[in-house]
Design a protein around this ligand. Structure first.
Ligand SMILES: *[C@@H]1O[C@H](CO)[C@@H](O)[C@H](O)[C@H]1NC(C)=O
Ligand SMILES: *[C@@H]1O[C@H](CO)[C@@H](O)[C@H](O)[C@H]1NC(C)=O
Ligand SMILES: *[C@@H]1O[C@H](CO)[C@@H](O)[C@H](O)[C@H]1NC(C)=O
Ligand SMILES: *[C@@H]1O[C@H](CO)[C@@H](O)[C@H](O)[C@H]1NC(C)=O
Ligand SMILES: *[C@@H]1O[C@H](CO)[C@@H](O)[C@H](O)[C@H]1NC(C)=O
Length: 422
């Protein structure tokens, strides 16, 4: 690894965000790189987690008794509710509980939320002073060694990270959080004290990555690193989607593909994408554009925080050209970051993503986005930005809407089935 910058600097996640307008009309696409808040595996954390979990035996027995039931958390599109192009869940934090609408991010591990005293945060903050179970971590806490850029101010462990185009600084804190019914006590998260830029979800994020500080790791005994979600259409106004935590009540009839592990990007859910068909035609994509390579970070991930699927340029161009072939006589135009838009009605073709052991054919609703006036329909995908770090294909939330996506970490597999949650 000759170039450490390569890994420490973001890029990994490309997130396209439509401007606040819920429909395409006035929108302008911005491309963000998101970085992991935690540095790649250091060994340290595993050791600490080992020590911490050794003390938890009694607690595990208690928690084990809780997991027999279904834990469902409603999901809504954040677009209308908090003007953020993300999917949000209600999380209650502290004692007495305060409600936050936090964005689900499968590619981040740590949670963070705006807190009292924050400069640059939006109005709805978690008032830590009103919670009698809130505590900030001291600088000697083992958890403090896991965060990026840790520093010590007035005896409090603080850290900062970049998220999209924003920089956030937070106190590392703990408090009780509840997503479904079960309280998770002493949950570690960042209590934001400063935010610059405006690309952070206004009420914070809940990290559903597979790394050590994520919700999965911190609720291991309760939910056993297993969850699934159904994301409603991004235009939906209600909490009609669901985040299902734990192995109970997960779908049995579902297609699976193996999850791949990248030790250098321990939070990400990599899968092996082996091809893409447009209609029946398998598109000719250079294998290198899809290959998983832990060293360069290349390959394909599923991400709940990115809006539109991004493919590395050779893959995107091939797919797009095949799609355009179907409309040879129609005029192609572009809109924002989309380069394949038509004024004629688009009634096909569908697109199939071929993964190891699993083919996923996307309905048109997952492929096309319509402008406000309805006069323009665009292929809702784009090429990864043209820079040296663009090696990652991201299967984004627009392409996952109205499907059940199951993250089964213990069995190292990801499942998908069609499920309409509107
Ligand atoms: C982030 O933390 C590092 C280390 O404490 C500090 O040097 C840097 O100035 C901080 N950056 C921001 C943007 O706060
Ligand atoms: C964050 O830490 C600073 C000390 O560095 C402290 O003054 C502030 O009250 C803390 N805020 C929260 C919400 O923990
Ligand atoms: C939670 O943290 C508090 C304060 O650090 C501690 O007293 C308590 O024992 C912890 N509870 C559990 C269940 O770990
Ligand atoms: C395109 O236009 C040509 C000439 O008008 C016509 O012969 C052909 O059938 C059209 N193709 C499609 C796919 O509509
Ligand atoms: C996926 O589709 C390809 C091409 O149509 C086919 O050869 C393959 O058997 C399918 N795989 C599965 C697991 O259905």
């Amino acid at each position: 690894m000759s170039n450490p910058l390569f890994f420490s600097s973001l890029l990994i996640l490309l997130s396209l965000s439509l401007s606040l307008s819920p429909s395409l009309g006035a929108s302008d696409l911005k491309v963000y790189g998101l970085s992991s808040p935690f540095s790649p595996t250091k060994g340290m954390w595993e050791k600490n987690v080992g020590e911490i979990s050794a003390k938890d035996d009694a607690r595990l027995i208690y928690l084990g008794s809780l997991v027999a039931r279904k834990s469902n958390v409603p999901i809504a599109s954040g677009r209308q509710i908090i003007q953020s192009a993300t999917y949000v869940v209600r999380v209650t934090v502290g004692t007495p509980p305060q409600t936050m609408l936090m964005a689900m991010d499968t590619s981040s591990d740590t949670a963070w939320m705006p807190c009292d005293g924050c400069v640059g945060c939006s109005a709805n903050v978690f008032v830590s002073a009103n919670s009698n179970t809130y505590k900030s971590y001291g600088c000697d806490a083992p958890q403090c060694k896991q965060v990026t850029n840790p520093s010590c101010a007035a005896g409090v462990c603080s850290f900062n990270l970049t998220y999209g185009g924003s920089t956030v600084a937070a106190n590392l804190s703990q408090d009780t959080i509840i997503l479904a019914k079960d309280p998770i006590v002493n949950y570690s998260f960042g209590c934001l004290q400063r935010v610059t830029g405006n690309s952070v979800p206004p009420q914070g994020i809940i990290g559903l990555g597979r790394g050590p500080t994520s919700l999965l790791s911190q609720s291991q005994s309760l939910y056993q690193s297993t969850f699934s979600y159904c994301l409603p259409n991004f235009k939906s106004l209600s909490f009609s989607g669901s985040l299902r935590l734990g192995p109970v009540a997960q779908p049995k009839k579902i297609k699976y593909t193996p999850l791949l592990k990248n030790p250098r990007r321990s939070s990400l859910y990599y899968v092996n994408l082996i091809g893409i068909s447009v209609g029946r035609k398998l598109v000719d994509i250079p294998p290198s554009a899809l290959a998983f390579n832990p060293t360069t970070g290349s390959g394909t991930i599923f991400d709940s925080g990115t809006v539109f699927t991004r493919l590395v340029a050779p893959a995107y161009n091939a797919v797009r050209d095949e799609f355009r072939n179907r409309f040879k006589n129609a005029t192609v135009s572009s809109l924002g970051g989309f380069d394949t838009c038509y004024t004629v009605p688009i009634l096909g073709p569908t697109m199939t993503f071929h993964f190891t052991g699993m083919n996923v054919t996307l309905p048109l609703d997952n492929m096309l986005i319509h402008s406000t006036s309805g006069s323009l329909t665009c292929l809702a995908m784009a090429a990864a930005p043209d820079n040296v770090n663009s090696v990652l294909n991201v299967i984004a939330n627009m392409q996952q809407m109205n499907h059940r996506v199951l993250f089964d970490v213990p069995n190292s597999r990801l499942g998908i089935s069609r499920e309409v949650c509107t």
